[in-house]
Every structure is written in structure tokens, then in C-alpha cells.
Design a protein around this ligand. Sequence first.
Ligand SMILES: C[S@@+](CC[C@H](N)C(=O)[O-])C[C@H]1O[C@@H](n2cnc3c(N)ncnc32)[C@H](O)[C@@H]1O
Length: 110
Amino acid sequence: MFEKLGSLPRRLRWALHQWNPAADREFHDALFSAQRFDPFSFAYPGYITIRRFAELTEPHLEGVRHAVDLGCGPGEITCELARRNPRISFLGVDHSEAAIARARTRRPSR
Ligand SMILES: C[S@@+](CC[C@H](N)C(=O)[O-])C[C@H]1O[C@@H](n2cnc3c(N)ncnc32)[C@H](O)[C@@H]1O
């Protein structure tokens, strides 16, 4: 029962807003171009989660030389992983230009 309830919001959103990739890109462009939203700031509510996610990913990067983050958003997780793993080359991919523009400003210099 809870599994069914868990997918309900997503199904409702799909049905009501007719989600599609173009709508998703528009949504994320608006979200990531908003200046008040800075996922790299300590004040960002997800800041700790990003660091935790990077920690959990760490063991899976053993022996990895190249990694691609599909749907990287503004690259907060990609950049954190790149900062922690300077020997791995990371490529972030996202269909939101605003997200990629944000990510480019924060990528660690090599
Ligand atoms: C939930 S956000 C996750 C962002 C980031 N990975 C994070 O954890 O904060 C999903 C991302 O996937 C991107 N995305 C969704 N569909 C996509 C597609 N078809 N091609 C490229 N990027 C896509 C969105 O623009 C958005 O930035």
C-alpha cells in the first residue's frame, strides 16, 4: 500500500502537468538560474546531503578513471566528487543550460 502511495505524487504530477523533457528543462532552467539558490553554499538545505552522498559514492570509485554524471544539475555533487578525487576525470551532463552554466563556475581547477 505504501509503495503505491509513494508513486502517487509522481503519477499525479505526470497526469496534471503532462511532464515531458521540454517542461523538465524549462523547470530546471528556472530553478538553476534563480540567484537565491546556491547549492554550493553551506546555507543550502541540501549541503550536508551532498557531502554524505559523495562519501557514499567514494567506495564505488575505486579504480575508476573517468566518470559521467547524467543529470548533474548545477554540478554540486559532481564538483564535490571531483574535488575529493583529483585523479578521476568527471563529466557532468544536463539538458538545462542554466545548470551547466552554474556547474562551469564551480568546477575545480586542475
Ligand atoms: C533531480 S535533478 C538532480 C540534480 C543533481 N544531480 C543533484 O543531485 O543535485 C535532475 C537533473 O536531471 C536533468 N535532466 C532530466 N532529464 C534530462 C534529460 N533527458 N537529459 C539531460 N538532463 C536531464 C535535470 O535538468 C536536472 O538537473
